[in-house]
Design a protein around this ligand. Structure first.
Ligand code: KIV
Length: 288
């Protein structure tokens, strides 16, 4: 299947220009080839191969179950489908906590799988890793606020609500900029804090549950398509009632099979009787 190119792939520098021009940036998660093909022909700016893919695609309860093989497989599929999009891949749980050389190997796998940048959650204790990766020419996106890989210590709660927490996140954001990140994701923080951080930083601040005053937004694909039923955080907007639409299509298919209305003649391969001569007998073949 070929993919029609519509646009040039964005670069980290262009994204920072978007911010300077106050042009908002849209990012969506994407984990597979078929959705990547659609995203490639959409106006969405960035694709994130998030470790949330192990939840939405594979059914795991949280993102601590992701590993670099899963992330590479999803990244490769997205890169095949969306060659025109700037693709960011998540460094999986603990992959940046086992020393620089392990982090470099993981980042290398993700880049070779087709990522243009990697995303790393948190900062405390892995500043050196982030700095090494950015100095190695790998664009790094930070991720602060609610960091889902820390679910067992933080839970899924809004972060930065107290003055001290807010000061800490602001400082971490400045530090990530200083370490060479081209962008950060801010997840589930009060919108005023997100606004202050977006104004404070020269790099791009993408929000999820962080209000409107940031440089761009990211949503999980299955959430914004209304395909996930179990929970709907306040910040998720359904741009499609995907669950019901797809369920209805499945049921229509089932009905059509049951009633015999699928497949029709037009949907079947039929023999053209007029052209259909009886095949030659072995004797005729030999004498021909
Ligand atoms: O993995 C993911 O989907 C993410 C988004 C929540 C930003 O990191």
């Amino acid at each position: 299947m070929s993919v029609i190119s519509k646009k040039q792939k964005l670069t980290p520098d262009q994204l920072i220009k978007y911010k300077q021009n106050q042009q908002k940036i849209s990012m969506l998660t994407c984990y597979d080839y078929s959705f990547a093909c659609i995203a490639n022909q959409s106006d969405v700016d960035l694709l994130l191969v998030g470790d949330s893919g192990v939840m939405t695609l594979l059914g795991h309860p949280d993102t601590t179950h992701a590993n670099v093989e899963m992330m590479s497989m999803m990244t490769k599929a997205v890169a095949f489908g969306a060659p025109d999009k700037f693709i960011i891949a998540d460094m999986p749980f603990l992959s940046h906590r086992q020393g620089i050389s392990h982090a470099v190997q993981c980042a290398d796998k993700l880049i070779k799988a087709g990522a243009n940048a990697i995303k790393i959650e948190g900062i405390d204790g892995h500043q050196e890793v982030i700095s090494h990766l950015t100095q190695s020419g790998i664009p790094v996106m930070g991720h602060l606020g609610l960091t889902p890989q820390s679910v067992h210590s933080l839970g899924y709660k809004v972060q930065g609500k107290t003055f001290d927490q807010a000061q800490k996140i602001k400082q971490q954001a400045l530090d990530l900029q200083h370490l060479g990140c081209f962008s950060i994701v801010l997840e589930c923080v009060p919108d005023q804090l997100a606004k202050e951080i977006a104004e404070l930083l020269d790099i791009v601040v993408i929000g999820i549950g962080a209000g409107a005053f940031v440089d761009g937004q990211v949503l999980v694909l299955q959430d914004m398509l209304g395909m996930t039923q179990h929970m709907k955080p306040k910040f998720v907007r359904h741009f499609l009632d995907g669950f019901s639409c797809i369920q209805a299509a499945f049921n229509q298919y089932h009905q059509a099979v049951q009633s015999g209305t699928y497949p029709t003649n037009q949907e079947s391969y039929t023999l053209d009787i007029s052209n259909h001569k009886q095949s030659k007998t072995p004797k005729e073949v030999v004498s021909a």
